[in-house]
Design a protein. Structure first.
Length: 190
């Protein structure tokens, strides 16, 4: 988050995450929940460990924790005072955890984003399209979404860079993985 809007953004994000309605979808009325549980205990434990490790490494837990009671629930969680040296910024966390880091310049944030061994999906939110495309051309990710949520189009190609997204899917490029190519050379002077 740019330092100029970090405090206001963080305040709004914490409020939004605290307002997420989560619980057991089987016990809820239709449309009353926004988030269900993780799939099993083996999914909850690593999320909790990553949050705890982030705090040990200097992050601040702004909101969220393992939800008390029955089930595999982890509250929507926000971590602040996060930097790229922390594991939470280097490892994939398959849970509702949002670490908020800050930056000052465009080139700095591009470097921070690329300083990762993964590269499946990235997002850029900007009011200046020239800046958005400047960033996009420099990001080392298989897909980048500008000013929208992450959901790929079927005609697109869904594949990552680095250690993300082995292979590709969707669109004509994805179909090519299921085809076997044959090249034939013909000499007509027989």
């Amino acid at each position: 988050m740019h330092n100029g809007v970090k405090d206001a953004f963080t305040e709004k994000m914490i409020a939004a995450m605290q307002g997420v309605r989560f619980g057991n979808p089987a016990e809820a009325e239709n449309g009353t929940l926004e988030m269900g549980p993780l799939i099993e205990e083996r999914a909850v434990k690593p999320v909790a460990e990553k949050v705890e490790r982030a705090v040990q490494q200097g992050a601040t837990l702004a909101c969220g924790k393992r939800a008390e009671g029955k089930g595999f629930f982890f509250e929507p969680t926000v971590l602040t005072n996060v930097d790229n040296s922390m594991d939470i910024m280097k490892e994939e966390t398959f849970g509702p955890v949002l670490p908020i880091a800050s930056f000052e310049t465009l080139n700095e944030v591009i470097g921070l984003a690329n300083d990762c061994e993964f590269g499946l999906t990235s997002s850029v939110y900007a009011t200046n399209l020239n800046e958005a495309f400047y960033v996009t051309r420099r990001l080392q990710f298989g897909e980048t979404y500008i000013n929208r949520e992450n959901f790929e189009a079927m005609q697109g190609f869904h594949a990552g860079w680095k250690k993300s997204g082995i292979g590709g899917a969707d669109g004509k490029h994805g179909l090519e993985e299921y085809l076997q190519t044959q090249v034939v050379y013909l000499e007509t002077d027989i």
